[in-house]
Structures are given as structure tokens and as C-alpha cells.
Design a protein around this ligand. Sequence first.
Ligand SMILES: [Zn+2]
Ligand SMILES: [Zn+2]
Length: 72
Amino acid sequence: MICDGCSGSGACDPCDGYGTTSDSYPNAQDGTECEICTGDGVCVDCGGNRETPDTDTEQDETSAAAQWKASA
Ligand SMILES: [Zn+2]
Ligand SMILES: [Zn+2]
């Protein structure tokens, strides 16, 4: 499923993928290293994959159906 942390962009949301926080005014260059991604600009929730692992139980339902079929 699409990552909630970055809305599917793969970039760290707090710093927009720049790795630093916004300047206090344009070209101030006083932004500090992002504490969320520690400066690499990659979303920490999905690691830049833009999607999080699917954790539903569809696999279990499929194997249960297969077992029922085999016993029938
Ligand atoms: Zn993400
Ligand atoms: Zn960041």
C-alpha cells in the first residue's frame, strides 16, 4: 500500500527530501540537518520505496482454501 509517511513520494516529508529543514527565510541557508531522516532525505517509513509492506492476511486465507479443496 502507498506509504502514509510520504504519501507515495518516497521523500522525507518534514524536509521534502532535501535532508535539511527549511530556511527561516529564502536563501538564508540556516536550515539544520533533518532529525527525521538524519540528512539523507529518504522517507524513514518506507525507506524510499514509496510503499509499505502489505500486512493483510490474504496469504492465510488462500492456503486455508487450498487445504479445504484437498480434503474434499
Ligand atoms: Zn514513505
Ligand atoms: Zn528529512
